[in-house]
Design a binder for this molecule. Structure first.
Ligand code: CA
Length: 292
């Protein structure tokens, strides 16, 4: 194994969005063995750096579900922005349907200034419709969304389009299941786009040529490494592309069913250092096939 691509939320990060010492040590051990460690996430690159700022780990970053690749020195290595006309159509629709959304540019996460209010209204409706709803988990999910770094607020999506910035990823987030399903139906047939989901309450749109798997392939080519010498680990459907394309793959014990079905094996959960467990297993396999 020469490259290992690791998802962040639900995979490398525990439920408090922290990197455990066990996981950090395992990454450094892999790097010590000459393995190129790559973080592959739906998050924006600048947000990822903030997450890693409390560690001494530095890696390549596949961000925005594969729409960006940054070097360890934070230089943009490759990018696949959304076609501007598609971005406009998507955002017009999301705003009309009163979705909370986030748009990733090079510098910021652009989001409507009434975003929190929109989600609070949805939560109030849920609570009224079903007083038994586990509100604590839902609030945690909302706060995690707002825990990212780099927000810039807009009054309407037109500000985003008029800014002429390169836009990489559009994330729509809703606690309303029917509303999410309507969004999925609206966009799933569009051949120009990649539609994925990284969490229970979202769906995300990128250029059709952007995915974690395609980004891993670009990096492997850059390093002159065969795909059979790559490994990937994740928990959600937006990890499927890299899990299917990598030579070796692991699903988190807390992962969703399609990811578990597509992976070579199931590692431990994100609260039980599943990344460290998978890395150690792969390093051990390598040392038994190529004894030092
Ligand atoms: Ca994830």
């Amino acid at each position: 194994m020469k490259i290992i691509a690791i998802d962040l939320d639900g995979t490398l990060l525990n439920h408090n969005s922290e990197i455990s010492k066990e996981n950090a040590d395992a990454i450094k051990e892999a790097q010590g063995h000459g393995v190129e460690v790559v973080v592959a996430t739906g998050r924006a690159e600048f947000d990822v750096r903030q997450v890693f700022s409390k560690t001494d780990i530095n890696t390549w970053v596949i961000g925005a579900n594969g729409a960006t690749i940054h070097t360890p020195e934070r230089k943009l290595f490759d990018s696949v922005p959304l076609p501007p006309n598609h971005a406009e159509d998507i955002l017009e629709w999301l705003e009309r349907k009163e979705f909370y959304y986030e748009v990733f540019s090079d510098e910021a996460i652009l989001t409507p200034e009434n975003g929190r209010r929109l989600l609070e209204i949805e939560l109030d409706r849920l609570k009224t419709a079903n007083p038994q709803t586990d509100m604590k988990t839902l609030y945690h999910s909302m706060e995690k969304q707002f825990g990212q770094t780099g927000f810039a607020h807009v009054k309407t999506y037109q500000e985003i389009i008029q800014s002429k910035e390169r836009l990489y990823n559009i994330l729509a987030f809703s606690f309303d299941e029917e509303k999410r399903a309507e969004g999925w139906r609206r966009f799933e047939g569009m051949e120009e786009l990649t539609l994925v989901s990284s969490g229970l309450h979202n769906f995300e749109l990128e250029h059709k040529e952007a995915s974690k798997g395609l980004a891993l392939q670009k990096l492997a080519r850059h390093f002159g490494i065969e795909m059979e010498d790559t490994a990937a680990i994740g928990d959600s459907p937006n990890d499927l592309s890299m899990i299917q394309m990598a030579g070796k793959s692991a699903a988190m014990a807390n992962g969703r069913d399609p990811v578990i079905e597509a992976s070579d094996f199931i590692t431990k959960s994100n609260d039980d250092h599943g990344v460290a467990y998978a890395i150690h297993r792969w390093l051990k396999e390598d040392s038994s096939t190529h004894p030092a």
